[in-house]
Design a protein around this ligand. Structure first.
Ligand code: 4FN
Length: 262
């Protein structure tokens, strides 16, 4: 897959792509990421990329000519039909569904805004789709662009090496994760749940599934509404919802963080 990012801070993108799973995907050639800086298309002596908003008010707006020129130059390096996405607080929410959809494409253009945003005519003329990573005020679209790139990189075939994504392909797909533990067996007086030391792998699977479903129910019930649960997960959910069962209640309590105190 080929991704181009239009940004006033290309080194923010390049720097973040050196590390971890994304870095490895790039090194293996599973993903290539290029950047285009609108400042290269600012032709005045001051290389101006922003201007004052019509109608007045505070802040500046990205001016249209250099931005649209950068979008067109970057888009020309991508496979025909690659969508041009503006990362924007006004966009539809980027979630794992959108990640899967975009990861399957051969090319993608991402536009990161700065200042108060971009001249609306650039959105009309040069953007196919607006996506938002969440509801908070940011100073630029670069971190959202990197969020999208990270999510897509791990979905490229071969990106995870052997370790098949435990989140994407297992019976806990679409659920939050339960708790993880590693050595030592007792840490500051807190023991690892005994079932994990039991060696009974069917028991361990069941316990992990209950933890994942209970935690999702307690913390993010909205995820269960859209989830396509496996049969086992659906049964656990039904039990937890019908409530009362002591193991289920304890699992849900722990999942809700009710046992975090001393
Ligand atoms: N943000 C809101 C409402 C209005 C504006 C903002 C905001 C960066 C260029 C856009 C923000 C959030 C998620 C891009 C926020 C995202 C951005 C994103 C983003 C500078 C103009 C700006 C949501 C709080 C009601 C600044 C909220 N996903 N404007 O942050 O680019 O992709």
């Amino acid at each position: 897959m080929k991704i181009e990012v239009v940004t006033l801070f290309p080194r923010m993108i390049a720097g973040a792509l050196e590390f971890g799973i994304v870095g490895r995907a790039v090194a293996r050639g599973l993903l290539t990421v290029g950047t285009e800086d609108p400042r290269a298309y600012a032709l005045d002596v001051h290389r101006t990329v922003d201007d004052r908003p019509y109608g007045g008010g505070p802040g500046m707006v990205m001016k249209p000519e250099p931005l649209l020129a950068a979008i067109r130059a970057a888009h020309a390096r991508l496979p025909p039909g690659s969508p041009r996405v503006y990362l924007s607080a006004q966009g539809e929410r980027f979630a794992q569904r959108e990640a899967r959809e975009l990861a399957a494409l051969p090319g993608l253009l991402l536009v990161a805004g700065r200042y108060e945003g971009v001249d609306e005519r650039v959105v009309e003329l040069g953007i196919d789709r607006e996506l938002s990573v969440g509801d908070y005020v940011l100073s630029g679209g670069e971190l959202p662009a990197l969020t999208v790139i990270d999510a897509l990189a791990r979905l490229q075939p071969g990106a995870l090496g052997d370790e098949r994504s435990s989140l994407e392909e297992s019976f806990t797909e679409g659920l939050l994760e339960g708790p993880h533990y590693t050595r030592p067996e007792v840490f500051e007086g807190r023991a690892v749940p005994p079932v994990l030391l039991s060696g009974d792998h069917a028991d361990i699977r069941r316990w992990r599934l209950v933890q994942a479903v209970a935690r999702t129910l307690a913390r993010r019930p909205d995820l269960l509404a859209g989830a396509e649960l496996t049969g086992a997960a659906a049964r656990v959910l039904k039990e937890l919802r019908s409530g009362g069962a002591e193991p289920a209640a304890r699992a849900a309590g722990a999942a809700a963080g009710q046992d975090r105190g001393k």
